[in-house]
Design a protein around this ligand. Structure first.
Ligand SMILES: [Zn+2]
Length: 380
């Protein structure tokens, strides 16, 4: 049903248009034009101003030919991760890849292109459909910021299909909650050779804390990771500052709370135990903390009409599909947290966030056929 060549050349045009997070304006303008040309009502919200970006979310509605069919929201994000400037997509052997110096941006321009192609096909072939709403979001890669700003009350749809995963044979219904944190350990600086006894090493305090932290795979549902983002200046100075950043994720919020608390406690204990006494005055290491719940877990039941709709669409096309759990967050977490059931469908993107990223064209076309089938079957 869909026009494979049209959607392939469109996704390559999107890939060639830079859209790092907060710099999605060129892609947003291109998409607003494409959507208007299809006949959709298009607007750009004020999310860009709220997050300090060059554009807001692009929101559109293609009025249904069957007003009684329940509306559906289709979502993909416009932004890409670095290195993402000057992408040169190359097509070969059923795939598109980058030239090896940048990411490809199939995450998530493949989803964006699927949505545009589905709308074009609905229009060109005069297929029956309910209202189709579109949200092309900004700043997904830096904390789901566009989705968080999106006003769902202004939409008619009460369910969302998010196109932002690898395989169209897997429908993502479950994803974890995540905490993001940054701790700054403060010590006391001193000359490392002349008077180390007058110093209190923030790096040493951080190191002791890190060895005591729960890290890596905690259990089947829970993970955590820390990195050191600052560890002192000159090698001849006892470092008075060390910054540790990290994250923890879990499908169980109580476990997430306990892991993040244990990480905080490791730092508090190490800081409390580190002291230096100079001229009778004892100084202790101290901590600054920034910690936030970046996104909240999603778990869409198999009995939800939306899950059934997508699984039935795949079955009608004789394509395999099963529901799966993933370990990462996406805009779908935000929609679910706001009370709108949302599931994530794969678009063919592979090895994302690396310079080896590629797009499987077979999966890319399959995704479009499944979304089209879901929309038309709803209006049947
Ligand atoms: Zn993505």
């Amino acid at each position: 049903m869909i026009d494979r060549e049209r959607m392939t050349s469109f996704v390559m045009e999107l890939m060639r248009t830079d859209s790092l997070s907060k710099e999605e304006d060129k892609v947003a303008a291109l998409l607003a034009n494409a959507l208007r040309e299809i006949g959709a009502e298009v607007r750009v919200d004020d999310a860009g101003a709220s997050v300090g970006g060059a554009t807001g979310n692009v929101i559109a509605r293609l009025p249904g030919t069957r007003p009684d069919a329940a509306p559906l929201l289709l979502n993909s994000h416009m932004d890409t991760v670095p290195p993402g400037r000057g992408v040169k997509p190359l097509r070969e052997d059923g795939r598109i890849r980058s030239d090896g110096t940048t990411i490809l941006g199939g995450d998530d321009k493949s989803g964006v292109a699927v949505i545009v192609e589905v709308l074009r096909t609905l229009r060109d072939r005069g297929l029956p459909h309910g209202d189709v709403e579109v949200a092309f979001t900004i700043c997904e890669e830096i904390g789901l910021l566009g989705a968080k700003q999106l006003d769902l009350a202004g939409l008619r749809a009460r369910e969302a299909l998010v196109l932002d995963a690898p395989s169209p044979a897997e429908l993502v219904v479950k994803a974890p909650s995540a905490d993001r944190f940054e701790f700054t350990v403060h010590g006391v600086a001193a000359h490392a050779g002349m008077a180390p006894e007058l110093g209190l090493s923030a790096v040493r305090v951080a190191a002791q804390a890190i060895t005591a932290m729960p890290l890596g795979r905690i259990d089947a549902q829970t993970t955590s990771n820390v990195i050191v983002t600052y560890g002192g200046g000159a090698a001849n100075v006892v470092p008075d500052r060390c910054v540790i950043a990290g994250e923890a994720r879990s499908h169980d919020d109580a476990k997430l709370d306990s892991v993040t608390s244990a990480i905080r406690r490791s730092l508090q204990d190490a800081a409390a135990a580190a002291t230096v006494t100079i001229d009778g005055t004892t100084t202790r290491a101290w901590l600054e903390e920034r910690c936030e719940r970046e996104y909240v877990r999603m778990d869409v039941a198999a009995s939800t009409p939306l899950v059934k709709l997508v699984l039935d669409a795949a079955r009608a096309l004789s394509k395999p599909m099963e529901t799966v759990t993933i370990g990462g967050g996406s805009d779908a977490n935000v929609f679910n947290a706001k009370g709108m059931p949302a599931v994530i469908l794969g678009t063919g993107m592979r090895e994302i966030h690396t310079v080896n990223e590629w797009l499987d064209l077979g999966d890319f076309y399959a995704c479009a056929e499944i979304v089209l089938q879901a929309l038309t079957s709803r209006a049947a």
